[in-house]
Ligand binder design. Structure first.
Ligand SMILES: [Zn+2]
Length: 153
């Protein structure tokens, strides 16, 4: 009857983590509106939400200062996590490019549609089309005979 069901292992969620991100096990939300997260190990407050916290934990230099108190285990964990994220990002961009190429390359769908429309139009005024066709065939027949004659001579 109590809140503890034991189904979902929630180790230390005093401040509700906004997502099921592994980094929330190592930091707490200070100000969600301003995307401020506090590192559990060195108590440094990072702005830029959970991604900054991951960079901080992984010790990736550049955007954020690396954590000085995090264990090597956790640091490696987040190093790998960020690497995986980056490769998956690259995969996504490659996929997007493929999809773009797919979309731009075969305009078959539109061609098929226009063909369908044309056939529908043909069905609509079939008689007229037939009349025109017969006229054209007569003309082309005449042309053909002339050209045939020209070719022969
Ligand atoms: Zn830290």
């Amino acid at each position: 009857m109590a809140a503890e069901g034991g189904a979902a292992p929630a180790p230390q969620s005093s401040s509700n983590p906004p997502s099921a991100d592994p980094a929330w096990a190592h930091g707490t939300v200070v100000d969600m509106a301003r995307r401020k997260v506090q590192c559990k190990y060195c108590n440094r407050v990072l702005s830029g939400s959970v991604w900054r916290l991951k960079q901080h934990l992984a010790g990736i230099k550049g955007e954020v200062a690396p954590c000085s108190r995090v264990s090597a285990e956790v640091r490696i964990q987040f190093c790998q996590y960020i690497k995986e994220k980056e490769t998956s990002k690259a995969n996504i961009s490659r996929r997007r490019q493929e999809i773009r190429e797919e979309l731009s390359a075969p305009p078959r769908r539109s061609v098929d549609l226009s063909r369908e429309r044309q056939t529908i139009d043909l069905d609509d005024d079939e008689e007229e089309q037939f009349r025109r066709a017969s006229q054209v065939s007569r003309r082309s027949f005449a042309k053909r005979t002339i050209s045939d004659v020209l070719v022969i001579t």
